[in-house]
Design a protein around this ligand. Structure first.
Ligand SMILES: [Zn+2]
Length: 235
């Protein structure tokens, strides 16, 4: 065999391996990004939970305060009545009513004290954790942005390599090229891969929407236009 011919093919193979490697990188970037987004959601949930807890306690505090005010008004009204009654029976009944209102006020005041304490702790908890959570959220968002930038960069590299590949391909001996194209997929991890969210899980590239719809609708197997693997949506 003419070594010159082989050298051309080797060049092509190197480009393909690089495209494949970059494709895997894109898959990993997307996985990393999903991970980060999950973490972000968890942190945002945690912060929201801490804030909601304070708000709920504040609402309860307001409710109890209002209930105490109502009891105080009723107490005042009972006290007014007490100064006016003549009959002993009525007087005693009003006294019982008065002491009932006083009991209620006292009980609710205790509840209010407990609630104040709980609210104080919840606010301290929020104040202590909030700066860290906010900082982590900021950092995670930056990481997500970095990954998005990297993905774009990798995609551009793939596009450039593909153009270069076309040039190199022209120089390769046709017979060798045919053989190589036939078996090249076998050298990469998997020949038949699943398409997830419209993305070939073999090379990480998005497949055309029409092809994706066809795979779903016809439950068929096709080839990824990018890497040539057999792709399916559901088997
Ligand atoms: Zn593919």
């Amino acid at each position: 065999m003419d070594p010159e011919k082989l050298r051309d093919l080797l060049k092509l193979q190197e480009i393909d391996q690089e495209i494949f490697r970059l494709g895997r990188r894109i898959v990993r970037i997307r996985e990393e990004r999903e991970d980060l987004k999950r973490k972000l959601e968890e942190l945002e949930e945690e912060l929201k939970g801490l804030e909601e807890r304070c708000k709920a306690l504040e609402r309860r505090k307001k409710d109890i305060r209002e209930a105490i005010e109502r009891e105080e008004q009723m107490l005042a009204s009972t006290e007014r009545k007490l100064t006016m009654v003549r009959k002993d029976v009525e007087y005693k009944a009003l006294l019982r009513e008065k002491s009932k209102h006083e009991d209620n006020i006292l009980k609710m005041s205790y509840d209010l004290d407990d609630l104040e304490e709980e609210l104080k702790k919840a606010r301290e908890d929020l104040a202590r954790k909030e700066p860290t959570i906010t900082r982590m959220i900021k950092e995670l968002k930056e990481e997500v942005k970095d990954l998005e930038g990297e993905e774009k960069e990798v995609k551009n590299k793939i596009e450039t390599l593909k153009k270069f590949r076309e040039e190199v391909k022209r120089a390769v001996d046709q017979e060798l090229l045919r053989l190589y194209e036939e078996i090249k997929d076998k050298f990469e991890a998997k020949l038949i891969v699943k398409v997830e969210d419209g993305i070939c899980s073999g090379c990480g590239m998005k497949i055309p929407d029409m092809l994706f719809s066809k795979l779903i609708k016809e439950n068929s197997v096709d080839r990824c236009p990018n890497c040539g693997r057999y792709i399916y949506y559901k088997l």
